[in-house]
Design a protein around this ligand. Structure first.
Ligand code: GCV
Length: 842
């Protein structure tokens, strides 16, 4: 080995010291707008940046653009720009609309064809001075341009010679938040609402303003803040001034406010005896209500409507159609340029599961296609990306080509309802891109979903993108520090769906964690592999997320999809699995697509493996394109997925000391949890399919766990065995609990392996209705203790609450007694499932 010279060693030490001081503690609240100081060469690159910023014009949004620029430059380069109002007599950064710039300096660069919100970044001489120009047709475009410049600097890009135009792909780029007025959030996983508490708008809206800034930085221009399962009180006269306060904190960032409304509002809060959209009194009620809103909120965006769905009232009450309901509301908004998003998520959740021709996936097309052309031009039909409900993999909804004379928006879901609820890492842009890029074959040229929703394919005046986000009061907005990559990715794709997932992942990693190439490479690799990993242990071959669809939508629950009216069926029986949606023998759903797509999915040969079970019912022995049988694929993918989840932990470990300690620890905790829960998924799904198919795993893994010691097989004191329901939610279908009157219980066994270093995995149940305590002892020595105080979505011991505690590096000797002690708390009885012992060298 070459010896390091002392000077080199000093250099290395200095670098290490620098790196650790640079690794600042962070909560994640700054998200991708950290503006962390650039060092050395990186900062040098911007040494010639002008010292002055000139804003031509006067508006709240331009003021935000200016203050953001000053803030960002201060943070990254440690310089405070001078703020000037008139064209300078020195080099400057010029901000203003094209018309303001043209009148201040005729002849200045203006990009022809800039659309609303698009911007131009250009370096050129103005009156003989070198200027960086950020211009747009509207103030919001200027703000977006400033964020683009700051992003370039943060990512170490050259800005000394620029002529770059960026245009949004579509006018609609919105988020929906499913926040309730009491402060809870439906399918929110990061704390309470940033908008509401105790039935009112929050007194302190600081976070709401910060959120609007984040949204603006990725080009989002509208936000509906209240749950689509709408509370009519949101439209009460005394509530409107409260909404106006939210609009006020959104306005400086160019984000327009919207709320979700209940179509029965005219009856529930309006004093009418009807909400029939055809009744003139109802139309008048909406009109007056909307006029009142615009008096308080002149830039109000409009409403989101969920009706006749999942128990919500709707126009069907009066035999009217969604078009009747949407138009009645849209006509009230029209004079104010407001819009209605009418959700296509309308289906019967009491479908008769015994009828093999019934199919929830058909619902949106069956209901909305016949209404094409009947919606007013300020109505947008908001269509979930797939025909079911944000499953881990779905084909594109056929409704995208079912509406040629109607505006559309695609609805995506940032909050990970069916994709791990921000406890599992699942970077969704690759999934969204599969749908956005999917050619629906609606013309001679490719007609991908992204073009249809943007209004390009059928020449619609408006349309675009909506995502359900559900940020909360948790400092880092979405719970998992890496989950914000999904919000960032959504915004970037809504702006430009042609961006690659790789580019988005790298951008986000750079902005959120800095430009260390190792960090950027590792994080983007983790992000880019995370959806396939999650899919492989939760819902392979297009069967849908095999989760508890009747409850939490979180852990495994294969059985829960079947024999109920919700229609998320996978139809697994003793012989085979999958929904037959073909035209020949199934529900006929495939015929909702245009011919080329329907042909693709009608045939077993051409249906891709990853959507096979969405379209076809096949025997377990059916051989996939991959050469494996369906059943072996199910087993193999679950084992491979759980292993890959464990590998995410290793990858993250390699970044210790390269990222700040706070986020490092939080991500590590979540990834370790995920690795454990992936095993819960693996075992539950594999054992369920083993039981129903009767076909063993070729590799002998399923049902055989040689390293495992079941709790019910240990020497128990106080602990009592019980059956876990459903049985696949625990190892061997049983666990032990320390129920009252016991106050402390123990389970013990003798270690009979060879002397050596071992890791111990303790599988226990962490419910949300108590905080049990656990201790592990080897002989008399306590080797670990913890409190089960996580907030998982379960009040019982089941696959939602099943949690792994890993204890590493234990020196065990044959004959050692290992004791597990549990102290119950409240309704949580310190339940234990099993222990696994692995050599630390494995
Ligand atoms: C807001 C799914 C979710 C519901 C949600 C619904 C919707 O069914 O589980 O929580 O309701 O979708 O999108 O309206």
């Amino acid at each position: 080995m070459r010896h390091l010279r002392p000077i080199t060693i000093c250099g290395v030490l200095l670098l290490l010291a620098l790196r650790s001081t640079c690794a600042r503690a962070e909560t994640g609240a700054d998200a991708w707008l950290r503006y962390a100081p650039l060092e050395g060469q990186a900062a040098q690159k911007y040494a010639h940046l002008p010292a002055t910023v000139v804003v031509l014009g006067d508006s709240l949004v331009l003021e935000s653009a200016k203050t953001e620029l000053i803030r960002g430059i201060r943070g990254m380069l440690g310089r405070t720009l001078r703020d000037d109002k008139t064209l300078p007599r020195e080099n400057a950064i010029l901000l203003g609309t094209t018309s303001a710039l043209q009148s201040a300096a005729p002849g200045i660069s203006a990009s022809a064809g800039l659309r609303e919100d698009g911007f131009l970044l250009a370096t050129e001489q103005v009156h003989g001075f070198d200027c960086l120009i950020v211009t747009a047709t509207n103030d919001r475009g200027v703000l977006y341009g400033v964020f683009a410049v700051l992003s370039k600097i943060a990512r170490d890009e050259n800005i000394s010679s620029l002529h770059e135009t960026q245009q949004p792909y579509a006018p609609i780029r919105w988020t929906d938040e499913w926040d309730n007025l009491d402060g809870s959030i439906e399918r929110g996983y990061a704390g309470p609402s940033i908008f509401f508490e105790n039935g009112s708008v929050r007194a302190d809206l600081t976070r709401a303003g910060e959120y609007a800034r984040l949204l603006a930085s990725i080009g989002i221009n509208g936000c509906a803040i209240s749950n689509v399962n709408a509370d009519p009180r949101v439209l009460e006269d005394n509530f409107l001034p409260q909404l106006a306060r939210v609009a006020d904190v959104f306005r400086p960032w160019g984000v327009q406010l919207s709320v979700s409304v209940d179509v029965s509002s005219p009856r529930v809060i309006g004093g009418l005896d009807t909400f029939d959209p055809a009744d003139p009194r109802v139309a008048e009620w909406w009109s007056k209500k909307v006029d009142g809103i615009y008096r308080l909120i002149p830039n109000f965006a409009g409403f989101v409507v969920k009706a006749d769905s999942e128990g919500r009232l709707g126009p069907a009450t009066y035999g009217r159609t969604p078009a009747d309901a949407a138009n009645a509301i849209a006509r009230a908004l029209k004079p104010h340029h407001g819009i209605v998003f009418y959700r296509a998520f309308v289906y019967n959740h009491h479908l008769d599961w015994r009828d093999p021709k019934n199919d929830r996936a058909r619902a949106a097309y069956d209901i909305f296609h016949p209404l094409d052309g009947k919606f007013d031009d300020n109505v947008i039909i908001q269509i979930k990306h797939g025909p079911i409900d944000f499953q881990v993999r779905e084909p594109a909804s056929p409704l995208f080509t079912g509406l040629e004379k109607t505006n559309e928006a695609i609805e995506l879901q940032v909050t990970q309802e069916y994709t791990g609820q921000q406890r599992h890492l699942c970077f969704l842009p690759p999934m969204w891109k599969e749908v956005l890029d999917f050619d629906m074959h609606a013309g001679e040229h490719p007609t991908p979903v992204k073009d249809i929703v943007a209004g390009k394919t059928f020449q619609r005046p408006t349309g675009g993108f909506v995502a359900v986000v559900n940020v909360g009061m948790d400092a880092n907005w979405l719970g998992h520090p890496l989950a914000m990559a999904n919000l960032y990715g959504y915004g970037r794709l809504a702006w430009n769906p042609n961006l690659s997932s790789n580019r988005i992942a790298r951008e986000w990693a750079q902005l959120s964690f800095g430009n260390d190439p190792v960090v950027v490479h590792t994080i983007s690799n983790m992000l880019l592999t995370s959806w396939p990993i999650y899919e492989s242990y939760t819902g392979p071959l297009g069967a849908g997320t095999l989760t508890d669809i009747l409850g939490s939508h979180y852990g495994p629950g294969v059985e829960s999809s079947e024999r109920n009216g919700w229609g998320q069926w996978h139809r697994a029986d003793h012989d085979g699995v999958g929904m037959d949606r073909t035209a020949a023998t199934g529900t006929g759903y495939v015929d909702q697509y245009r011919a080329a797509v329907s042909k693709l999915y009608e045939s077993l040969e051409t249906t891709p493996d990853n959507l096979l079970l969405f379209f076809h019912h096949v025997p377990y022995t059916y051989v996939l394109h991959s050469g494996k049988t369906v059943i072996q694929h199910i087993y193999d993918s679950h084992y491979a997925g759980a292993e890959a989840a464990a590998n995410l932990v290793q990858q993250w470990n390699s970044l210790k000391d390269r990222v700040d300690g706070e986020r490092y620890a939080e991500v590590l905790k979540r990834l370790e949890y995920q690795a454990g829960h992936a095993i819960v998924w693996r075992d539950a799904v594999c054992n369920w399919f083993l039981r129903i198919s009767g076909i063993p795993d070729q590799h002998g893994r399923v049902g055989h766990y040689p390293a495992r010691m079941e709790a019910e097989g240990m020497q128990l004191q106080g602990y009592v065995p019980f059956d876990v329901i459903p049985s696949e939610d625990s190892s061997g279908g049983k666990a032990v609990e320390c129920a009252p009157p016991a106050q402390k219980c123990s389970a013990a066994f003798r270690f009979d392996g060879a002397a050596g270093w071992y890791d111990l995995d303790v599988e226990y149940f962490d419910q949300n209705n108590g905080k049990s305590k656990f201790r592990v002892l080897v002989g008399d020595q306590v080797v670990d203790e913890w409190v089960a105080d996580d907030h998982l979505p379960a009040k019982k011991p089941n696959a939602d609450s099943s949690t792994r505690r890993r204890i590493t590096g234990l020196a065990l000797r044959p004959g050692d007694t290992i004791h597990l002690e549990g102290i119950p708390d409240d309704k949580e009885y310190a339940a234990l499932d099993y222990i696994e012992i692995h050599s630390s060298l494995d």
